[in-house]
Structure formats: structure tokens, C-alpha cells
Design a protein around this ligand. Sequence first.
Ligand SMILES: *Cc1c(COP(=O)(O)O)cnc(C)c1O
Length: 334
Amino acid sequence: MSTAITPAAIRAARASLPSDVAPSPLLRARWLDAAAGGAAVWLKDETWGPTGAFKIRGATHAVATLPAQARERGVTTASTGNHGRALAHAAASQGVRAVICLSSLVPQNKVDAVRVAGGEVRIVGDTQDEAGEEVARLVREEGLTEIPPFDHPAVIAGQGTIGLELTEVLGTVGTVLVGLSGGGLAGGLALALKSECPQARVIGLSPDHGGAAMHASLQAGHLVEVPEPPSLADSLGGGLGADNRYTFSLCRDWIDDVVLLCEAEIAAGMRALHAEQGLVAEGGGAVGPAALLAERIAHPPGPVVCIISGAGIDPTLFRAVLAGADALAKGEEP
Ligand SMILES: *Cc1c(COP(=O)(O)O)cnc(C)c1O
């Protein structure tokens, strides 16, 4: 398998994704037009798929492109939730074993969801790093293949298919607002979209809590380590990996800008998405509307597309946000 990340590789992924994974709906959201300076706003509804988040795309493509011997042995990952759940589902649907290693800080609802999706769960330690050590052991001692959440060519190609679906429906795209963490989604999407629509702008959105690793790294011009403070947008936390091979350069080359949002802005985005469009999305999947409503994106060229994702938010936390909570209570984990 080629490891080059090219528009052709993303088109191949687009052609092979099953119909329960893609394409996702593209919804018109007139209620956001004013906040976008009058441009037409659309929501790419990635809460629609089998695990409620776009990560099912990358995971499905990564499992589908494994060599036969690796499929027999199975796959593993250390994931904060959405990727682990997606990999469990993708592997189970293709008859492949998946062992998902999670830290004890991952919310219980996400742990349960991994099991329901068909994955074996292993809870290891209190940090991503400790969960990652168990993954390394499974690879070394049991021959499993690690499928990481973002820094992997087939994962990036899978997430990038969203960019192709936008031009399939809209023809041209002016601006895409997309949650940014490891950068597999934003980087793959930007590369794919700009191969068809070079003038499109892709703006990554992250929390402003000091834990936005890609933003800090892009500013510094090299990989930077950041702390992992809690956030309503917990799926946008976590580092890039000291041995990042693909997503840092992809985001540096293809993303136009990164905007950082505070917790209250993210919470307002979640409430508005639910009130106006009936969508349940976690903080990391509501940042597009959040950025528009907070008037943080001045006069974006239209059409404007917000990528919405993360239906698997903890129901208690979601109710608290709907009731007006603007941030996590002290000491609370999302
Ligand atoms: C994983 C995830 C992101 C960030 O994707 P990256 O490829 O790591 O940048 C954003 N939103 C949701 C809901 C996610 O699960």
C-alpha cells in the first residue's frame, strides 16, 4: 500500500467507503447566515454515521486496506473515545479483532460505546501515554497492528473524503470551519477540497485553554508539547506525538488559519445547534457554529460549511450545557 497522502488516495477511499459510513447529510442552516456576514451556511452532519463521529471514515478505510495477515491478527489503538469506538465498529463490521486501550480518565459512556461497537476494551493507567504503552506491547508481543487516531495515511485519506463530498453537492466551497486536534480531519479535508476547489479556505478551530497542540506547533514552526487541560471540547485535546510524520506538515501546508475558542463560546455553539437544528454534538463537534455565533470569523467567503461531529457526548454533561453551563464544573471530566 502506498503511504503517500494524495488527492488520488483520498478519491480511492471515497470510492470504497460503504454507504452506512458515507456520504453524510449536508444540511442548510439559514439561522447561521447572519453570523457569517450573509454567506450561505451549511452543516456537514457527521453525527449521522454508525458511531456518531467522522472517525468511522478513517478507521473503516484503515482496516479495509490492511494486508491479509494483519487482518487475521487484529488491530489496536489508544484513543480518547471517538476513534476507539470507530475502530471497534469498523473492525467488527469487517470481521477483524480490535483491542482498544483507554486511560481511566475516558468517560464511562465512551468506554461502554466501544464495547457495544464490538471492541475489546483494556483500561490502562491515567494517561494517554500509559494506554499507548499497552498498545506498543500488543503490537510487539501479539502482532496486532496499531491504527492511530490521526497520524496514519489511510486514516487521513478516510477523513479527507469529507472534503470531496462537499464539492459533490455544492460545486464550489468558500470556507470550511473544522475542529482541529491531531489534524487528520482538517489536513485531509483541506488537501482533498483544495484539489477540486483551490480557492476554498479551511479554518481549524481549537479550544483556547493552552492545550491546542497543532496551533502551538504551527506558530512555533515545529512540534511543541502542550498540557492537557479539561475542556468541553475534550476530543480536541492531546498532543501530536513526538514522532508525528504526516499531520503537522499536512496542516502547515493546507490549513489557512487556526482560531481558538473559549469554553463559553463552545457551549453556546452546542446549545444553538441543538435549539436551531436538533443536533446533539459534543464541544469539539460544535466549534464551527460556535465560531460563527461568537463572530470570530469575519466575512468568510461562502458557501460556508461547518463540520459537525460527536453525537456520543455524555448525556449528563449535555443536559448541563443545555441548562446553561458554560464550562465544566471544577474537577469534572467531560
Ligand atoms: C477526533 C475529533 C476531532 C479532531 O480530529 P483530528 O483529526 O484529531 O484533528 C474533532 N472533533 C471530533 C468530534 C473528534 O472526534
